[in-house]
Write a protein that binds this ligand. Structure first.
Ligand code: ZN
Length: 161
């Protein structure tokens, strides 16, 4: 179940996605929250420089591996504006992080990009459940997904097709 605290963290993810968009990066943002509700780390996409592995969920997984115990990682939640891609889902699984809550799904993103005439990405679009065996996963959140969609619309509107 997604509660008001979850919505607050998801809204922060969307703010981070917007911050990425404003500096010319792809609009994705994520937040890592401990079991007792502390925001431990946050990040947004950094792929504009050409390294397309610089996703926020991957960065948070590595941060968690370096800074948290295994027990704390298992009880932490990663919030994200868009569902983890397979790379990030695998990183999340390998470092033993816990729950994932996303505002918009990979399936929604694929649909939006298709509607905007953006070609499919080279990496396949797998749901997190197809990558990680046993993590609690929640999303999408319809009213927030619309906000994420608007950020992607703005990102691609600025780029030559
Ligand atoms: Zn990713």
């Amino acid at each position: 179940m997604i509660n008001d605290t979850d919505l607050k963290h998801l809204r922060r993810c969307i703010e981070l996605a917007r911050a990425a968009l404003e500096i010319g990066d792809e609009p994705f943002g994520s937040v890592l929250v401990s079991a007792n509700g502390d925001v431990l780390a946050e990040d947004h996409n950094h792929v504009a420089g050409g390294d397309h592995t610089q996703h926020p969920e991957f960065a948070l997984a590595r941060w968690a591996a370096g800074n948290m115990t295994a027990e704390d990682r298992a009880l932490a939640t990663v919030y994200t504006s868009g569902e983890h891609c397979p790379m990030c889902a695998a990183a999340h699984g390998w470092v033993g992080l816990g729950r994932i809550v996303y505002a918009s799904s990979s399936e929604q993103l694929a649909q939006w990009l298709s509607e905007m005439g953006v070609g499919a990405a080279r990496v396949r679009n797998l749901p997190i459940q197809d990558v990680i065996r046993d993590t609690v996963i929640e999303g999408p959140v319809p009213e927030l997904a619309e906000e994420v969609r608007e950020l992607h619309r703005q990102f691609y509107a600025k780029r030559p097709k």
